[in-house]
Write a protein of this length. Structure first.
Length: 342
């Protein structure tokens, strides 16, 4: 066999029992889930801003960031709902590099999934405590959902996972919005097929059980740009792109049609400062067109305490060790501007 079974990991129930969600935090999640759900169903016209580090690599700096975000949320809560990005698994294009705190709790250390699962859950719980905000994460590994099902309010399915049947079926069982990103090829039909699939009921094998889901009516599209055969970035956040997505939605039997615009990745050609301009252009398109305003429910922004990025081991507190991010000052200013433009 080519598999070496290193050690048996704790089950989701065991991790959740060891690090439980208190009644107070559970009530925060219920309230937040309802507010966010109302945006996707059209009951609320608030705008979502899913914002935070490219990867949540350090509990202290992530929680300091989220604490600041909680205070800022109090200033804009009449118009916006801020959802911290606490991304604990990092997809890698080539398979090399830091894969997130769940795999590697110490970025300079070795892989340790047992310690990583504990570090991930402890950080997520502390973040809610210090900010009053429940977070978003990316579901890179479908079998990990049980470890965070009671604490997340938003889940993204990445560009490299969106065609995968296991991701689609698992997302159909979420009780929270599932954002299906367009694939790196940019083919919108793939993304829309994934949204449709996640909205349906499924029966499948999951963690050794036969399970049944009811379908997720809050599954929706996330536009993140794409790349051509030469590796050049092709954005898809412009007015014409949004009108096209609206047209494609209308051709399908998908409920609660919605889109979130990822302002980084191929939309910005990974030029992190461009996120500021892109977010404002998206808001301009919404203000020009009532149908686009109804479709586009929010934006995703990569941001941390310090702008830019660093190599692992440089030790700069609150600076990304993966993709470059906006710094806090630019982030705060942008969120206030988004509130004014919404």
């Amino acid at each position: 066999m080519s598999f070496e079974y290193i050690k048996k990991l704790p089950t989701p129930d065991e991790i959740r029992d060891a690090f439980p969600l208190t009644k107070e935090l559970a009530n925060i999640k219920i309230a937040r889930d309802n507010m966010i759900s109302d945006v996707f169903t059209g009951k609320s016209d608030k705008f979502l801003v899913i914002v935070g580090p490219c990867s949540a690599d350090n509990e202290d700096s992530v929680c300091e960031y989220v604490s600041r975000l909680g205070k800022l949320n109090d200033k804009v809560k009449d118009k916006l709902i801020l959802i911290p990005r606490i991304y604990t698994n990092k997809p890698r294009t080539t398979g090399d590099g830091y894969k997130g705190i769940t795999s590697q709790p110490d970025p300079e250390g070795k892989t340790d999934f047992h310690a990583g699962l504990i570090a991930m859950r402890h950080m997520q719980l502390k973040a809610i405590e210090v900010s009053g905000l429940t977070a978003a994460d990316e579901m890179l590994y479908p079998e990990n959902w049980g470890y965070v099902a009671d604490i997340l309010s938003y889940v993204a399915i990445g560009a490299r996972s969106v065609e995968d049947q296991a991701h689609r079926m698992t997302a159909s069982g979420f009780g929270v919005p599932a954002g299906m990103k367009n694939p790196t090829s940019g083919t919108l039909s793939v993304m829309l097929n994934s949204v449709y699939a996640a909205q349906q009921s499924h029966c499948f094998v999951y963690r050794g059980y036969e399970v049944q889901t009811n379908g997720n009516p809050l599954a929706h599209c996330v536009l993140r740009g794409s790349s051509n055969k030469h590796g050049q970035s092709i954005p898809n956040y412009h007015y014409e792109d949004l009108r096209l997505l609206l047209q494609l939605y209308n051709q399908r039997e998908i409920i609660n049609p919605a889109a979130i615009i990822d302002c980084n990745h191929n939309n910005s050609n990974k030029q992190f400062k461009e996120q500021i301009r892109i977010a404002k252009e998206v808001l301009h398109s919404r203000n020009l067109d009532k149908e686009i305003k109804s479709l586009v429910k929010g934006v995703m922004i990569e941001s941390y305490l310090e702008e830019g990025s660093q190599k692992i081991g440089e030790g700069i507190y609150g600076k990304s060790i993966t993709d470059p991010c906006l710094g806090w000052d630019d982030t705060e200013r942008l969120i206030l501007e988004i509130a004014d433009l919404t």
